[in-house]
Design a protein around this ligand. Structure first.
Ligand code: DX5
Ligand code: ZN
Length: 219
């Protein structure tokens, strides 16, 4: 089952609840929330108070993507904020297993994220403990960038590894996804698809969500 995870980074933050309600009305289960610290990435986005408000406003699965250095400093807080999926960057920490264990102990889902220049093999030692792997198809930090084709090989290699080893780990892909390139990401084996600007910069968000869901039916 393919899932869409709309990234609110490109949403109108003044009307965030309305925008989230559009996703709910379209039957979308996941909402992707990008947290940036201005250190791990050259941008600062949203943080704890906004996640807290979103948690109160919806029962959707909060698919959080933490682009912060040493995420171990905040794992307890992310858990108590009600994040359902906590994605942290492989490159941002040395305490991978400590983070994974803490998140799993709290019965939340854990995802490890890799930047475009990180070899997928780096995460293989951890993969059996992960609920998902998040492959970045742009340099993290900003919405609206162009999709990087080199992510496709990584996705295929990860899909092969996951299937051959009978793992249940999801493969999420994030960055530059549009209606006209989503097919190749799905063909490569991703099953959670983050889309930011292609949804939130459209006047008619419901129609574009329906178009993605139509494509997903073929996989
Ligand atoms: C980038 C973020 C993405 C971003 C995707 O660092 O992780 O989630 O919002 O936006 P688009 O789909 O516009 O590339
Ligand atoms: Zn993201």
């Amino acid at each position: 089952m393919i899932k869409l995870s709309p990234s609110i980074l490109s949403a109108n933050f003044v009307r965030l609840e309305e925008e989230i309600k559009i996703l709910e009305r379209e039957g979308i289960e996941y909402v992707h929330i990008d947290v940036m610290d201005g250190m791990f990435v050259p941008n600062i986005s949203i943080g704890m108070p906004v996640i807290k408000s979103i948690r109160k406003a919806t029962n959707m699965v909060l698919d959080t993507h933490f682009m912060i250095v040493e995420p171990e400093r905040y794992i307890d807080e992310f858990i108590s904020l009600g994040c359902d999926i906590i994605n942290f960057h492989f490159e941002a920490t040395k305490k991978h297993m400590e983070i994974i264990e803490k998140i799993k102990k709290a019965n939340k889902k854990v995802g490890m994220t890799i930047k475009p220049n990180t070899d997928y093999k780096e995460i293989l030692p951890f993969i059996k403990h992960l609920d998902l792997v998040l492959v970045m198809s742009v340099e993290p930090g900003f919405g609206g960038q162009s999709f990087m084709e080199n992510s496709l090989e990584k996705i295929s290699a990860l899909r092969k590894y996951i299937n051959e080893n009978n793992l249940t780990c999801d493969i999420e892909v994030d960055g530059g996804i549009k209606l006209d390139n989503v097919n190749k990401v799905l063909e490569a084996g991703a099953n959670v698809i983050v889309v930011g600007s292609d949804i939130f910069e459209k006047e008619d968000k419901s129609t574009i969500i329906k178009q993605y869901n139509e494509i997903f039916k073929n996989f």
